[in-house]
Design a protein around this ligand. Structure first.
Ligand code: 5AD
Ligand code: SF4
Length: 446
């Protein structure tokens, strides 16, 4: 709670959803800290609580309302507590959030983040509710120094926002609006600032990041431009759409030394008929062609993907095509989800017909097939050395560190905490489906 030594008060931000949302929380935190707020450790300590929400699946959206319920006793005991709902649920539900959850003071859409300070002032001064759902074209330009990033050597940087695609199941174009790209010069400057602040890896973010475009500069050019920031030793970008994976981008991955050999390329389904019903704009052979090109140019590239099971009307045969597809591509990581109907999306009008239990069974099957594939791919790394950027302490306890390889694999190994932020060579001694273990090897030539 507010005490004069703690500035104007304490804030807590709880985040759901994707990297874009995590980074938006860092922007919200930056705005609050600029005004003298300090982080709180728990809801009971906070003067302002923001829920930065995700609406990609129904469960994620519903969690917000059950979470708000748990905050009710705090708000009743302390009416001065300010509660805000930000992110994709805010954009999608808007004003109705005030009716459904009377304790909410602020509803703030993801393209209107910069309004937070003014809204907070309005709430505190007038004890009135504040809502901003504007999808500002220039929201992309807001970042600069007003970001309070999570600790560690890796930084997110937004380079584009929004999505112009029309995938039938997806709420994102509604919640995040049309595509807008940040000026390349601004991306370069912000990357230099990140290097100066001590970051060593930058992940460029955008809902459809490989559609990035600033005049004639596309994502491939941008990645090449960023090579001139020598202290940034690793670049990644997410999330990519297969239809925009140009040869220029593939060349940039091959030619630019700091661009990591990892690509997240959501395929959603291995069945052409499902892909067509989803209006994804490619079929399985076009996707496979991209994978071939990637592997020809960058042989050790790691690939991850997203799969939706139980899309309306998905037959057993169509599902089998997705299983076969996983065997064909052998991804390094797969995130799989049961289709969730979202308000305002066109897939809502399609006949479903796949029973819930069958969808669960399909999800389990995808996961078990993929576990085996991942285990095989990770085992092939036994005995090799990987360059790992040390992120922090591993969950497994004292003296254990964790980090990521260039291929985005999680690697655990014993080591001293002072190595966080360093690049180390790790000799891989054991491999699970989701992580590797090893020990620090002497640097080559040492
Ligand atoms: N139901 C289930 N999964 C979805 N995704 C997007 N929309 C839905 C939905 N309605 C998945 C896609 C996307 C990932 C971020 O979430 O696989 O790539
Ligand atoms: Fe969730 Fe999509 Fe919004 Fe990210 S953009 S928070 S995944 S709905």
């Amino acid at each position: 709670m507010s005490d004069p030594a703690a500035g104007v008060g304490r804030y807590l931000i709880q985040t759901w959803g994707c990297q874009m949302n995590s980074h938006d929380s860092e922007k919200l935190a930056g705005l609050l800290e600029e005004r003298g707020y300090l982080p709180a450790d728990s809801p009971a300590e906070a003067d302002i609580i923001l829920l930065n929400t995700c609406s990609i699946r129904e469960k994620a959206a519903e969690k917000v309302f059950s979470h708000l319920g748990t905050l009710r006793p705090l708000k009743e005991a302390r009416p001065s507590l300010v509660i805000g709902v930000c992110g994709c649920v805010a954009q999608q539900e808007g004003e109705s959030i005030f009716r459904r959850a009377g304790l909410v003071d602020i509803v703030l859409g993801p393209r209107a983040i910069e309004s937070l300070p003014a809204m907070l002032e309005q709430v505190l001064r007038e004890r009135a509710r504040a809502l901003d759902l504007a999808r500002r074209e220039d929201s992309i330009a807001f970042e600069g120094r007003r970001v309070r990033r999570a600790p560690g050597p890796r930084a997110y940087l937004t380079v584009m926002e929004g999505c112009n695609k029309t995938c039938t199941y997806c709420i994102v174009p509604t919640t995040r609006g049309r595509e807008t790209s940040k000026r390349a010069e601004a991306v370069l400057q912000e990357t230099r600032d990140l290097a100066e602040a001590g970051y060593r890896e930058v992940e460029l973010l955008g809902q459809n990041v490989n559609a990035y475009r600033d005049g004639r500069t596309h994502l491939g050019d941008l990645l090449c431009m960023l090579q001139e920031v020598p202290d940034i030793r690793r670049l990644r970008f997410t999330t990519s759409h297969p239809a925009h994976l140009s040869l220029e981008i593939i060349h940039a991955i091959r030619e630019c030394p700091t661009v990591c050999e990892h690509l997240h390329l959501p395929v959603q389904s291995g069945s052409d008929s499902v892909l067509e019903r989803m209006r994804r704009g490619y079929n399985s052979s076009r996707y496979l062609d991209r994978v071939d090109k990637l592997r020809t140019h960058v042989p050790d590239i790691a690939l991850s993907t997203d799969i939706i099971v139980g899309y309306p009307g998905e037959t057993r045969a169509e599902f089998q095509e997705t299983l076969d597809f996983l065997q064909k591509v052998k991804f390094d990581q797969v995130y799989s989800f049961i289709y969730s109907p979202r308000p305002g999306t066109t897939a809502l009008d399609e006949q479903d017909g796949v029973p819930a239990a069958e969808k669960q069974a399909r999800l389990a099957q995808i996961q078990s097939v993929q576990q085996e594939i991942q285990l095989g791919r990770n085992r092939s790394l036994l005995g090799s050395r990987l360059e790992v950027l040390v992120d922090g302490a591993a969950r497994r306890g004292r003296g254990q560190l964790k980090g990521r390889s260039r291929s985005n694999r999680v690697v655990n190994f014993p080591g001293d905490f002072h190595r966080v932020g360093e690049f180390v060579q790790v000799f891989i001694e054991s491999a699970g489906a989701n992580s590797l273990e090893g020990r620090i090897a002497p640097a080559p030539g040492a």
